[in-house]
Design a binder for this molecule. Structure first.
Ligand code: ZN
Length: 118
């Protein structure tokens, strides 16, 4: 599998991971469910197992990934193996550099509370 594909897969994994994690938190912090479980415990003397959606498994092909970003000085691909969630190391791939297309730029401007500055 090519590196951009791997990076996409890694990002998709983290997106899915976050989604499931939010779900799990929602379930385990649900007061009504906790009440029902407590009632069941009072009636039967045992806790019902809390069924949480399982977290996705880390894609094994993404385990040995390197950063691969091109350095500014030499232009060689970065060999750092400490990959963050975005598939790059701590030196490369920080915050977004903003929208690229005209449509994207317009969309981001219309998202401003005060509206676009004209
Ligand atoms: Zn790097």
């Amino acid at each position: 599998m090519s590196t951009p594909e791997l990076r996409r897969k890694l990002k998709a994994f983290w997106r899915e991971y976050d989604r499931v994690n939010v779900l799990r938190r929602k379930i385990s912090h649900d007061e009504k469910l906790a009440e029902r479980r407590a009632e069941y415990f009072i009636d039967h003397g045992v806790w019902l197992p809390l069924s949480l959606p399982s977290l996705p498994e880390f894609p094994p092909e993404c385990s040995g990934m390197v950063c691969g970003a091109r350095g500014r000085r030499k232009g060689t691909p970065c060999q750092c193996k400490e990959i963050e969630r975005n598939g790059r190391c701590k030196w490369h791939g920080r915050r977004s550099t903003g929208p690229k297309t005209v449509e994207g730029k317009i969309r981001s401007l219309t998202n401003l509370k005060r509206g676009p500055k004209l």
